[in-house]
Design a protein around this ligand. Structure first.
Ligand code: DGJ
Length: 545
C-alpha cells in the first residue's frame, strides 16, 4: 500500500518521539515532600525480588527468574561483584552483566544492580583477591592500638581509586548495553556498609581527619550537640567517633557514586543494616550496630557527604510491627524516598507490604526470592520452592497490573496503608474528608459485641496476617486493596456521609476498571470484610444533600 508522504513523515516523527521516550533515563523526582521513581518518564512502583548473594553467575539465574515470575515481581535485584568483574587488576569482564541484562529482557523484568565492592555487609569479601592479598595498599581499619580490623578503611586512597575505577567501568558498560532500553533502573553502591566492633578507623590518616573541623556541609545538616563548630569531638561529644566514621564512609561512597553517574546517570542508593529505631534518643555507639553505616540517625551526614546518592534505605529483618513502622517513619522523609530493598521472606512480612506500599514507598523487595537450595532462616523463610513466594504473591498480584497508577497516586499523596500490628489492635487511616477504620481477627458477619461465637477471633487469624492499602482516587472515591481485615469507610469526624456503592473488581491491561460484582447486604452490613486472599474494591462514598 502506498503511503501519503505527510502520513509517513508524521509516523516517522511519532516513532522518533516514542524512541526518545523509551530511552529517557530513570530518575528520582520530588514534589511537595513526596517522591517517585520515574521510568520512561512516568512513576514506577518497584515490586522487587532480590536474589541470594551468590546468584550472580549465568548458571545460577534460572532459579531466580522462576521465583521472580512466580512472585509476579517486575524487578530483580541482583549483585554484581567487584571480584567477578575485575579478577585481575585492570582486566574487566562484564560477561555476567551481559547475560543478566539479556535474560532480564527476555523475562520482561527490570533490574536493580547491587555493587558488591569495598564493603558487603561491612566486610571485604567481594573484593578481588588482588585487593584482599595486599593490605598494605588496601588497608583495613585499625583500632586505638593499631591492630587491624576485618573491614577496609574508608581512608584507603588506593582502595577508593580502585573501587571507583571498577564501578565507573561497570557504569560505562551498562550505558553501552542498556542506555537505549533502560532495563537497569537503579544501582546500589556497596552493601550494608559500616564496621562492627570498632567505632571508627584510628589509623594516621583517619586520626588527622578526625582532628580537623567538622565540614560546614555536615554542620548544616547534622545538628551540633556541644558547640556550633570545631572538631568532631568538640561538636558531637560522645557521638563524634561514629558520626565521623559515617562521614568518612559516606564521602567514600559518594565519590564512587558521583564518578559512576558522570559516566551513566542512574539513580543510586545505599542500604542499611538497621540500628534499633525504638531507642529514642539514640545512645552513643555501644557495639550494637555497624558504626558508620547509614543508620537513620546519620541520614543527614550521608546527605551532606554523598549528594550523589538519592536514597538511604532500610533492610528490614526485624518483623515486629512496631519496629517496622518506626523504621518506615524514620526513612521516609521529604529529602529521602522510602525504598525497601530487603525484607525477610517469612510469611509474617507479607502483610507489612500494605503499610509500605500504602505509605508511598517507591518500591519494596523481599530478599532471597530465588529457588537456589539455600535458606537464610531465621531471617527468612525455610522454603526454597514455590511456597517461598506464596505469602507475597497475592499482594504483588493486586499491585502488579496497576503499579504505574499506584505509583502516580502515591506521588500525589493519595495513598495510605497499614499492616496488622502484633498487638492486633484497630488502626485508622485518615484521608481528606474521610476515614478508614481497620479491625482485625473478625469474621465476615456480625459484631463482636453480640458475644458468643461472634466475639471469638475468626479461624485462621492466629498470626497477624491482615492489612490494607487504600488510595483516594476521587474526592469521595477509594480503591481498597487488602486481606484479612474489616474496613469501615466513615465520614471524617464532625462531617456526615455514607457508603454509596462498593464494587469488587480489577483493572484490565489498559488500566480500565472491570467490575465483577457489587457488594451489598451481608457483604457490607458489618464493614468491608476482606478475606484471606486479597481483593480489590472500589468504594464510592456520598454526602447527604
Ligand atoms: C542483609 C544483606 O544486605 C544481604 O546481602 C544478606 O546478607 C542478608 N542480610 C542476610 O541474608
Amino acid at each position: 500500500m502506498k503511503q501519503h508522504p505527510l502520513l509517513a513523515a508524521a509516523l516517522a516523527c511519532l516513532l522518533t518521539a516514542t524512541a526518545a521516550l523509551a530511552a529517557e533515563a530513570p530518575r528520582v523526582v520530588t514534589r511537595d515532600g513526596r517522591h517517585a521513581l520515574l521510568v520512561d518518564g512516568k512513576p514506577f512502583l518497584i515490586l522487587g525480588a532480590q536474589a541470594h548473594n551468590s546468584s550472580n553467575y549465568p548458571a545460577a539465574l534460572k532459579p531466580v527468574w522462576d521465583a521472580a515470575r512466580d512472585l509476579k515481581a517486575n524487578t530483580v535485584l541482583m549483585p554484581v561483584a567487584w571480584e567477578q568483574v575485575e579478577p585481575e587488576e585492570g582486566r574487566f569482564d562484564f560477561s555476567f552483566v551481559d547475560t543478566l541484562v539479556r535474560e532480564a529482557r527476555q523475562q520482561g523484568k527490570r533490574l536493580v544492580i547491587l555493587w558488591f565492592g569495598t564493603w558487603k555487609n561491612t566486610s571485604a569479601q567481594y573484593t578481588p583477591a588482588w585487593v584482599k592479598l595486599d593490605p598494605k595498599r588496601f588497608p583495613f581499619n585499625v583500632d586505638r592500638d593499631g591492630v587491624a580490623n576485618y573491614s577496609l578503611s574508608p581512608f584507603g586512597q588506593e582502595t577508593l581509586k580502585a573501587d571507583k575505577r571498577a564501578f565507573v567501568a561497570l557504569m560505562g558498560h551498562l550505558k553501552k548495553i542498556d542506555a537505549d532500553q533502560r532495563t537497569v533502573l537503579m544501582v546500589q553502591v556497596e552493601n550494608e556498609v559500616g564496621t562492627y566492633g570498632l567505632v571508627r578507623d584510628f589509623g594516621p590518616a583517619a586520626q588527622a581527619a578526625f582532628e580537623q573541623p567538622v565540614p560546614a556541609a555536615v554542620l548544616a545538616r547534622q545538628k551540633p550537640k556541644l558547640a556550633a563548630s570545631g572538631t568532631w569531638r568538640e561538636v558531637y561529644g560522645d557521638y563524634a567517633d561514629e558520626y565521623f566514621h559515617a562521614w568518612a564512609i559516606a564521602r567514600y561512597i559518594g565519590e564512587i557514586a558521583a564518578a559512576g553517574r558522570a559516566v551513566y546517570d542512574l539513580p543510586m542508593y545505599v542500604n542499611n543494616a538497621l540500628r534499633n529505631p525504638l531507642e529514642q534518643p539514640p545512645k552513643p555507639w555501644n557495639k550494637d550496630f555497624a558504626s558508620g553505616g547509614p543508620t537513620w540517625d546519620v541520614i543527614d551526614i550521608y546527605k551532606a557527604a554523598a549528594p550523589a546518592l538519592d536514597i538511604v534505605s532500610p533492610d528490614i529483618y526485624s518483623p515486629e510491627s512496631e519496629q517496622v513502622n518506626a523504621n518506615l517513619r524514620l526513612f521516609q522523609r521529604p529529602d529521602n524516598p522510602l525504598w525497601i530493598p530487603e525484607i525477610g521472606t517469612k510469611p509474617s512480612y507479607a502483610r507489612l507490604l500494605y503499610a509500605m506500599l500504602g505509605r508511598g514507598a517507591i518500591g519494596v523487595s523481599p530478599f532471597g526470592i530465588d529457588y537456589f537450595n539455600y535458606s537464610n532462616h531465621p531471617l527468612g523463610s525455610t522454603a526454597t520452592d514455590k511456597s517461598l513466594v506464596e505469602p507475597f504473591e497475592p499482594v504483588y498480584r493486586m499491585f502488579a497490573p496497576i503499579q504505574r497508577q499506584w505509583a502516580q497516586w502515591a506521588f500525589e499523596g493519595r495513598t495510605r496503608g497499614a499492616g496488622e500490628g502484633d498487638d492486633r489492635k484497630p488502626q485508622q487511616l485518615d484521608f481528606p474528608g474521610w476515614t478508614a477504620k481497620l479491625t482485625y481477627r473478625l469474621g465476615s458477619f456480625g459484631e463482636p459485641a453480640w458475644g458468643g461465637e461472634f466475639a471469638k477471633p475468626a479461624a485462621g487469624t492466629e498470626q497477624p496476617s491482615g492489612g490494607a492499602a487504600i488510595a483516594q482516587i476521587g474526592t469521595d472515591e477509594f480503591l481498597v486493596i487488602g486481606q484479612r481485615v474489616r474496613v469501615r469507610m466513615e465520614p471524617a469526624e464532625g462531617t456526615r456521609g455514607f457508603q454509596l456503592r462498593v464494587e469488587q473488581g480489577h483493572y484490565d491491561a489498559q488500566g480500565r476498571w472491570v467490575m465483577e460484582r457489587v457488594w451489598n447486604g451481608d457483604q457490607v452490613d458489618y464493614g468491608l470484610n476482606l478475606p484471606a486472599q486479597p481483593v480489590m474494591l472500589k468504594v464510592r462514598m456520598a454526602r447527604p444533600r
